[in-house]
Design a protein around this ligand. Structure first.
Ligand code: NAP
Ligand code: G4F
Length: 319
């Protein structure tokens, strides 16, 4: 019998890679999707006939219970959230409701309908915020700097709490930034790769960005979904940092992306204050030694390769 997995957030970047990964491992894959007036399934269109979509929304407790009753999953990957940091200042209540409280709603549904299921929570390096140690690992204290980071910190601790209170097999993956050609257009890596392609093709003459000095530990989404699965295959549930251990600035990102198409970034990049944040996370770099040691996980794509992959994919979009 194939194992059954439920992915919330299957229409997102990670959901689409995880669905592909689980299908390759011969899982029966179910995806929870929220109702929309127009279907947004472009990232999973190519596997649409191999997965089953079930309606549900992290706002709505009864929909989560019905979803778990109908799917009866052995593994649950809770990837759904309001995931864009700037939107979390604009919509802090909604972000707290989906990204924070939504985790409790999922865990309550698991506890009452599928207590034997293994549960993965998509936590984030954004929880480290104003970092207390360098590099950050599972014992580094959190100091979130955005309503999104605060909501994720709640989601992390409620996952730990349900594991300890109810003996659920619940893991929290503290994933550092991970990107791909399927990244949403508003995130900085994809904004850069997409606009570099447009500049190269003469479709635009400038790229407006915020803080060029911010540094992130950027990896490849395809590598990171594998770590999610590995966490749920362990004998005991735990929390893991997933990161490359390398940090690069937004400035390095634009340098590499423009250089890849033979252009000097300084001719095109303009700093625009509308993209700076009320509070910034200046620098993130992760220490994934626990994931390496216990899961046998390591990243396969390094930063320059990732940037080039994304620029190439965006150039191909316009051809
Ligand atoms: P993403 O592309 O923004 O996808 C978010 C998903 O959540 C989408 O499928 C979206 O559905 C769904 N969603 C939003 N609100 C929902 C609701 N109320 N009910 C049900 N589904 C809802 O995010 P991602 O990059 O794949 O990230 C996956 C998860 O990992 C997120 O929780 C994110 O916060 C977290 N994370 C991401 C990173 C990263 O660097 N990518 C790092 C650390 C943690 P629609 O398509 O309908 O909008
Ligand atoms: O690409 P970003 O928007 O990602 P951010 O804020 O680090 O959040 C992402 O990673 C988190 C993991 O740490 C996830 F939990 C979260 O869901 C999301 O996937 O911004 C990266 C950096 C920031 O410092 C930002 O200030 O790039 C800087 N930046 C500079 N100019 C910009 C821009 N970011 C965006 N989005 N747009 C700009 O024009």
């Amino acid at each position: 019998m194939p194992r059954r997995a439920l992915i919330t957030g299957i229409t997102g970047q990670d959901g689409s890679y995880l669905a592909e990964f689980l299908l390759a491992k011969r899982y029966e894959v179910f995806g929870m999707v929220r109702r929309s007036s127009s279907e947004k399934v472009d990232r999973i269109q190519h596997i649409r006939d191999r997965i089953t979509l079930v309606q549900g929304d992290l706002h709505d407790q009864s929909s989560l219970i019905s979803c778990l009753k109908s799917v009866r999953p052995e593994e649950i990957y809770n990837l759904a959230s309001q995931s864009f940091v700037p939107t979390s200042w604009n919509q802090p209540i909604l972000t707290g409701d989906i990204t924070g409280l939504g985790v409790t709603r999922m865990l309550e549904a698991v506890r009452s309908v599928a207590p034997q299921a293994r549960f993965y929570q998509a936590s984030s390096s954004e929880m480290f915020g104003q970092v207390r140690a360098m590099p950050q690992n599972e014992t580094t204290p959190f100091y979130p700097r955005s309503p999104y980071g605060v909501a994720k910190t709640y989601g992390h601790f409620i996952t730990v709490n349900y594991r300890e209170s109810y003996r659920l097999f619940a893991c929290s993956g503290i994933l550092f930034n991970h990107e791909s050609p399927r990244r949403g257009l508003e995130f900085v890596t994809r904004k850069v790769s997409y606009e570099v392609a447009r500049v190269k093709l003469g479709l635009t003459k400038e790229l407006r960005l915020g803080n060029l000095e911010a540094k992130r530990d950027w990896g490849y989404a395809g590598d990171y979904v594998k770590a999610m699965w590995m966490m749920l295959q362990q004998p005991r549930p735990s929390d893991y940092v997933v990161a490359t251990g390398e940090s690069h600035s937004v400035k390095e990102l634009v340098q590499i992306a423009f250089a890849h198409v033979g252009l000097d970034w300084q001719r095109f990049v303009k700093v625009d204050r509308q993209f700076t944040r009320p509070a910034e996370v200046d620098m993130l770099v992760g220490d994934a030694s626990k994931a390496r040691r216990e899961l046998g996980w390591s990243p396969t794509v390094r930063f320059p390769e990732l940037v080039k992959m994304m620029v190439e994919a965006d150039l191909a979009l316009f051809h």
